[in-house]
Design a protein around this ligand. Structure first.
Ligand code: HPA
Length: 248
């Protein structure tokens, strides 16, 4: 079953048929909210809003371990993560959708592994390619089928938040090779990898990153809501096509 984690602008999936919510408890505490089960285009899916149903959980406060554990417990085998980002590249302008292929993690203090504690053997996972190439390809094919333009690839820098970055920080991220910046990509991606779930992201550019484009002097937070609202309609069409081609 495919799981969808919704980010800012996607606290519920309006198109889900026969939705029913279930609270799932985990050894790591509470997920961000009840899981919503239902069907998209006739296929079983499960949806979880990363920031809670009322969008009240900040990126650094999300219980990523509980979220990923709960989805796996409920038989999800793959996760499409929808998350808003700031565009660092000039062509990652507000409203653009992207399927990133790499991650640089700048977060700190987040519980980022299931492999810790006295009874756990030391375990390392390979993370050379942080996103599942097969699921990425499905997302890109779904976008083509839906007639929606999507940027193929991009290096996603994950910052701690909840504050936005300074212009100098964005300059540094760009020197590091980052092309977009968000606050939630990690440790979500690695936790999915640790539990053997395929994971890919659909990034929605909400704004130009600090110091770039029309954010040269300030990021206009007032316009982000409208940008995300429009973009999520396109995201929803892509998700519909994606579940159709996801059969495991
Ligand atoms: N920076 C970090 N995270 C974000 C941004 C940004 O500019 N926009 C949306 N999420």
């Amino acid at each position: 079953m495919l799981a969808i984690i919704g980010g800012s602008g996607l606290t519920k999936l309006a198109t889900i048929e026969d939705p029913h919510r279930r609270v799932v408890r985990t050894p790591y505490g509470e997920p961000s909210g009840a899981l919503t089960f239902g069907r998209l285009c006739g296929r079983e899916v499960v949806f979880l809003p990363r920031h809670g149903h009322a969008h009240s959980i900040a990126p650094h406060e999300v219980n990523y371990r509980a979220n990923i554990w709960a989805l796996r417990e409920e038989k999800a085998t793959a996760i499409v993560s929808v998350a808003s980002v700031g565009g660092i590249r000039a062509d990652l302008a507000p409203g653009v959708l992207a399927v990133p292929h790499q991650i640089i993690d700048y977060t700190h203090g987040r519980r980022g592994t299931f492999f810790e504690g006295p009874d756990q053997p030391v375990t390392h996972v390979d993370f050379t390619e942080p996103y599942c190439p097969v699921l990425r390809a499905k997302l890109l094919a779904a976008a083509t089928a839906a007639g929606e333009a999507v940027f193929d690839g991009g290096v996603y820098a994950v910052t701690q938040g909840p504050r936005l970055e300074t212009a100098a920080e964005i300059d540094r991220l760009e020197r590091d090779g980052a092309e977009m910046v968000g606050m939630t990509g990690m440790p979500e991606a690695v936790l999915a990898r640790e539990l053997g779930l395929s994971y890919a992201a659909l990034s929605v550019v909400a704004n130009f990153a600090a110091g770039r484009g029309n954010s040269a002097h300030e990021i206009d937070l007032k316009v982000i809501g409208a940008i995300l609202e429009e973009a999520m309609q396109r995201v929803s069409r892509i998700l519909d096509r994606c579940v159709e081609c996801h059969d495991s």
